[in-house]
Ligand binder design. Structure first.
Ligand SMILES: Nc1ncnc2c1ncn2[C@@H]1O[C@H](COP(=O)(O)OP(=O)(O)OP(=O)(O)O)[C@@H](O)[C@H]1O
Ligand SMILES: [Mg+2]
Length: 256
């Protein structure tokens, strides 16, 4: 059955919401959300990174932070986002962490996701950019947060399954948020030409079947220093600020 369109979000009152989604898991959403938040902060923006992967939150793991349980309190309405967020001086942005490994937020319904997007829209001028790391999959909660975002970054690799999942995300997003701003990020590309081929094949499919192509937000190369930085639980841009991949992330940041 084709799901109905989701209700449209309320007008933006806080910072701009940038959501990172993919459909397929393991393509690099969490790494990109962290690294984009970092790039925005380095460019002088006030940034909040939200671990909105309720099932398998792991922003804190990638950054080597002590686990915090702020998100459940926000979702329960016990704590406003501005009090729940904590600063990360090493990277220059704030974080609203999930509950890695606890499973405490797994299975939360669409209403909880909607409460989160409403709470993020109430944050006022404190943050200019709110970056959301969404979970894999296409459940209604993920869709609700994607539809509430101002910019949806859909991450895909060149793998066929990743592309079909990215297509499904774009298709549902056009239904949930007609006229919304969804863009493709090709991650783990072997080179620029391969990344462009990945984008073109998705662009063609969207053009043929969804009534319009998809904008390319950026092509990010595969870099073995990414898993290495994650293993060391340090931010990639802190370890490799002058790498080609860092420049590609910064070009993506500048294009937003
Ligand atoms: N540009 C890249 N180059 C090399 N490896 C990468 C790159 N981006 C991501 N990875 C690797 O891909 C793996 C998955 O990354 P990450 O956890 O960010 O993906 P995810 O989409 O958030 O996964 P999940 O769906 O499980 O939440 C990590 O091991 C990471 O090191
Ligand atoms: Mg993730």
């Amino acid at each position: 059955m084709i799901p109905q369109s989701l209700p449209h979000p309320s007008p933006v009152r806080g910072g701009r919401l940038i959501a990172v989604a993919s459909g397929k898991g393991g393509v690099g959403k969490t790494w990109l959300a962290i690294t984009l938040a970092h790039a925005l902060a380095l460019a002088g923006r006030r940034v909040l990174l939200v671990d909105a992967d309720f099932g398998l939150a792991n922003v804190d793991v990638q950054l080597g932070l002590e686990p915090a349980h702020a998100l459940p309190a926000v979702l329960a309405g016990r704590l406003p986002v501005v009090e729940a967020a904590r600063p990360l001086p090493a990277v220059g942005f704030d974080i609203l962490a999930g509950c890695s490994g606890s499973g405490a937020l797994a299975g939360l319904d669409e209403a909880a996701h909607r409460r989160l997007s409403d709470a993020l829209r109430e944050v006022g001028p404190r943050w200019e950019d709110v970056v959301l790391d969404l979970g894999a999959g296409l459940d209604r909660g993920v869709r609700a947060l994607a539809a509430a975002s101002d910019i949806l970054l859909v991450v895909a690799t060149g793998e066929p399954t990743s592309l079909t999942d990215a297509y499904a995300v774009l298709k549902l997003h056009r239904r949930d948020r007609p006229g919304g701003d969804a863009r493709l990020v090709v991650n783990q590309a072997t080179d620029r030409a391969a990344g462009e081929r990945t984008w073109r094949s998705l662009d063609r499919a969207c053009g043929s079947f969804l009534g319009g192509g998809v904008q390319l937000a950026g092509i990010l190369r595969r870099d073995p220093r990414v898993p290495e930085a994650i293993r060391r639980q340090t931010a990639y841009l802190s370890r490799h600020p002058a790498s080609p991949l860092a420049s590609e992330v910064d070009a993506l940041r500048a294009s937003l």
